[in-house]
Design a protein around this ligand. Structure first.
Ligand code: SPV
Ligand code: MN
Length: 630
């Protein structure tokens, strides 16, 4: 044991907290905590065990520190982020890399030494006058081949409280494993604060907002920010570390939901689904009739020739806009239950009720949001109208708060994955649902070629089409080509790999109208379920296997007994748009040609074959081809 570290901890921690920390027989834990206590200089340190009283201490601290305020619901609180801090900050999120490791142009990086120096400067005495919370968590179920222990240091009780709702406790795991533990590390400070609505305190020095990822030491630093995507260690910060570890060890860490689908006979099969942020992941996983294991991050391992999946998390950091009783009954009900929930960046109306975009047809005239007292038409200093709630308003809640939580949520072996869905925000190319021909075709044309229009989940311009392979581009810590190859290898040698599908909830007609209703995704999920169970056949088209009209009529009839699915709707949704597909292939080829060093050659072959099939079809049928033609 490093006596210097122990001595320092003994000096800086009170007796009770010192004891809790050194009960963990792992010098790496002591050294790490000592180093950052010394650097950040908090006024006090609280070590949180898995004990209910400790967790309650954090909950109360979030209120006492004015990071959260009580709402009308007994277990409901609200948190505001600075209004310029309500999405992931891609620009200031950087990998700190040794000079020898180059991960490619799309990945924001800087030399490790320089980055560490800079972030240590920012962290110097940053916790002056504050309490430091030390928390232990586990990614994946505890005691399982998936488990990754994590150590979080933060001076934000809101962050520590959110993590409590979203992750599995890990103090006992650290005690059990002692110095065998190899763990992810996170250091967060919200920095100096200023007052916002409801007297809540928000990060003030946004110019010094940083999220720096040190892959070598599996450590992430986050400063001068509160927004969950920048601060909650075990979420996207951990996903970036997990992708690197997975790549080194031959498994996958994915930006994917995990759900159970009930067949006609009541038996369950499990799907994962990759969608970029704010593109339907949570709403797919909670559409009703089925079960949920996860809505954001899945870990996948090959065990005995099968792909097994777990949720890295245990809660939802869900998107509020659009949740209402008719479009999203499951989430609506949970949000009105007595489950423990932190709402963020909503409007708080009279009587302490949260309000968000799309909750009902009308807005209240007044309320309180990050800007203080809010009224309809309120403008900021620059004369811009302040909306009542942010488009990226969120809620944090344990999955157990949902009635449809799957009993396998904490199963240490995970569940067998039978299907994988890829979906982006694509207004003009992909049909609403389609199966790939096989694993290789799916990984390349559905996943590696995925593009999506940007959303409010990240700071910056919205609606710009960007490449987002596997919906994971924002979190990649390895070269894109290596990442694609890992996927090909992962399922390529399996006798019966999961089926790969694409969905597109955002397809529009030529006049810009959406061609799908929000709830149609229930039908597409049932169709995919029946395909996996080999209960129905499909139409072979140049881009994949599309549904037959008659099958969709039957499924629509079962899911929505009052709806008649017309031939006209089917044709408008499933017409193959050949010029758009060819343009997309060209963009994809160009993107990967610029990253040729790691890109597997199969990618170009598969795209080329698809191009030929599309050109043949165009010669035969023209640019826009009804599915009835195939
Ligand atoms: C996402 O943006 O993909 C989210 C929310 O799930 S967070 O990453 O935490 O910002
Ligand atoms: Mn996400």
């Amino acid at each position: 044991m490093d006596q210097d570290a122990i001595g320092l901890l003994e000096n800086r921690l009170d007796g009770v907290n010192f004891k809790k920390l050194i009960a963990i027989d792992n010098p790496m834990v002591h050294d790490f905590v000592a180093k950052y206590v010394e650097l950040c200089r908090p006024a006090s340190v609280f070590v949180c065990t898995d004990d209910g009283a400790d967790i309650d201490y954090i909950r109360k601290a979030a209120l006492a520190n004015k990071e959260e305020a009580q709402l009308a619901g007994e277990n409901h609180t609200v948190h505001f982020d600075n209004f310029r801090d309500q999405g992931r900050d891609k620009e200031n999120t950087k990998f700190l890399l040794p000079e020898t490791y180059n991960i490619g142009p799309e990945i924001n990086a800087m030399p490790r030494d320089k980055g560490l120096k800079e972030i240590h400067r920012v962290l110097h005495r940053i916790m002056k006058g504050k309490e430091l919370y030390i928390r232990f968590f586990c990614l994946g179920p505890t005691g399982s081949p998936f488990t990754i222990p994590c150590l979080q240091l933060t001076d934000s009780a809101y962050v520590a409280h959110s993590e409590d709702l979203l992750y599995r406790q890990g103090y006992e795991e650290f005690i059990r494993n002692g110095n065998k533990n190899r763990f992810f590390r996170f250091v967060h400070s919200q920095g100096r604060l200023e007052e916002a609505g409801l007297g809540l305190m928000v990060s003030r020095d946004l110019k010094k907002r940083r999220v720096y990822i040190d892959l070598l030491k599996e450590t992430v630093f986050s400063t001068n920010t509160q927004y969950g995507g920048n601060t909650i260690g075990m979420k996207k910060l951990a996903l970036r570390l997990a992708i690197k570890r997975a790549s080194d060890e031959g498994w996958l860490a994915e930006h994917m939901l995990l759900m159970g689908i009930k067949g006609d006979d009541g038996s369950m099969i499990y799907f994962t689904g990759a969608f970029p942020s704010m593109c339907g992941k949570t709403s797919t996983a909670t559409i009703g009739g089925d079960t949920i294991l996860g809505d954001d991050i899945a870990l996948l391992k090959k065990i005995d020739g099968k792909i097994m999946g777990v949720n890295m998390e245990r809660g939802i950091f869900g998107i509020m806009p659009g949740i209402n009783a008719s479009d999203d009954a499951t989430q609506w009900k949970a949000l009105h239950s007595d489950a423990e929930i932190i709402f963020s960046n909503v409007l708080v109306t009279e009587g302490g009720k949260p309000y968000w975009d799309g909750m009902s047809d009308t807005w209240p005239d007044r309320g309180i949001n990050h800007s203080g007292d809010w009224f309809n038409g309120k403008k900021d200093d620059l004369g811009r109208t302040i909306p009542p709630a942010h488009k990226n308003a969120r809620f944090s809640m344990p999955l157990e708060g949902l009635e449809i939580v799957d009993p396998n949520l904490h199963n240490p072996n995970g569940v067998e994955v039978s299907g994988i869905i890829f979906g982006g925000r694509d207004s003009d190319t992909f049909v609403p649902v389609e199966e790939s021909f096989n694993w290789l075709h799916g990984v390349i044309t559905k996943a590696a070629a995925l593009e999506s229009e940007t959303t409010a989940a990240t700071l910056g311009k919205r609606g710009v089409r960007i490449f987002n392979p596997m919906s994971n581009i924002d979190f990649l810590s390895i070269p894109i080509g290596t990442y694609i190859k890992n996927h090909l290898d992962f399922g390529g040698d399996l006798h019966d790999p999961p089926r790969i599908f694409s969905v597109n909830y955002f397809l529009k007609d030529m006049s810009g109208q959406y061609l799908n209703h929000k709830s149609d995704k229930r039908v597409w999920v049932r169709w995919m379920d029946k395909r996996v169970r080999n209960q129905i056949t499909a139409i072979r088209t140049p881009t994949g296997l599309m549904p037959y009209y008659d099958d969709l009529v039957e499924i629509f009839g079962t899911v929505f007994p009052n709806v008649k699915y017309t031939e006209e709707e089917y044709i408008s949704q499933f017409t193959l748009r050949i010029p758009q597909h060819l343009a997309k292939i060209k963009r994809t080829q160009k993107m990967y040609a610029a990253r040729i060093l790691y890109t597997p050659p199969e990618l170009f072959e598969v795209l080329e074959e698809q191009r030929e099939r599309l050109e043949d079809a165009r010669d035969r049928y023209g640019n826009y081809v009804s599915p009835f033609k195939f």
